[in-house]
Design a protein around this ligand. Sequence first.
Ligand code: AN7
Length: 367
Amino acid sequence: MSMKIEEYKGVIDRYFKYLPVSNKTPVISLLEGDTPLIPAYKLSNQLGKKFEVFLKYEGLNPTGSFKDRGMTVAVSKAKEQGSKAVICASTGNTSASASAYAARANLKSIVLIPKGAIALGKLAQALIHGACVLPVKGNFDDAFRLVKEISQDYPVRLVNSINPHRIEGQKTASFEICDALKDAPDFQILPVGNAGNITAYWKGYKEYKSLGKIRKLPVMCGFQAQGSAPIVKGHPIKNPKTIATAIKIGNPASWKSAEAARDESKGLIDTVSDRDIIEAYKFLSSQEGVFVEPASAASVAGLFKLKKLGYFSKKSKFYLSYSKTIKIVCILTGHGLKDPDIAIKNIKEPKAVEPDLKKIVKLLKLK
Ligand code: AN7
């Protein structure tokens, strides 16, 4: 008897016909995608019987964030089109992903990061993958402006999410959710920074709908950190502030398409405070067993906020208009290990003990 196991080969292979690739494209993949959609029982219980909450754990991508879905397409296309180098500005995850895929593709990678404002794990990734890392004495928006100009004048391929290949790759996450649920969820909640991801998800859902693969479209709910919420405030923020460094962005590139996703889906883009983010961060790690970086917890903080606002109460128009179970997917964009400093700062640090059995047993109150 032959036992043939179908090998998983990454998002370009799985969704080939929906992506701007051909048989001539040299596929640069780290087998990204195929991330779990984890049922969140405790979150579901908090909302009530009628609700099922799922966590799309994008932290399990090869470099620890959703950026890998877009980067496999962007770097493969850069390679196909003869680029020798890629460049990006980044709050951390884009730089980690770009440097890994560039290393695999034998491309040079250049990353401009806001000095002192990216999480330690992400900096380590970019450096160890061999990127040329330039910390800029400014914020993300300054770095982003610079890389746009450099890529216009010099032979380096920009791999930030204004590169349409990034959006194409990232839309595969909504395909996976629909494939798993056999339809779109009723609500999708996600953090919003440069706004590429909300753009990509919405594009993916709309494509699946027009292909007849799903019957409905989700309501898209995006959340920005309160001190860094240009879309909610309606104007760019000069000095964005938040502990969620990944989404510390004052002038998002995909502003317009984020608003389109919000409006077309009859959704919303709102704020969550740093305190809300940390609360959700701790809830996820201590109650659901899922460790994410702070920016990712913004989606669950957003879910809690919507609940508090009565969005899911029995009297709400949403509750009444859904006869069946209401499915909510929260996107968890990056792994908790990216930013260990934040974890340590938010727990009580354990005290060291003598290697003494009796003392330890007593201390642990095991008797
Ligand atoms: C964990 O790496 O912008 O709204 O330069 O790393 O698509 O920008 C990261 C963004 C959410 C926001 N969660 O997504 C970068 C960068 C995490 C992130 C976002 C980011 P977009």
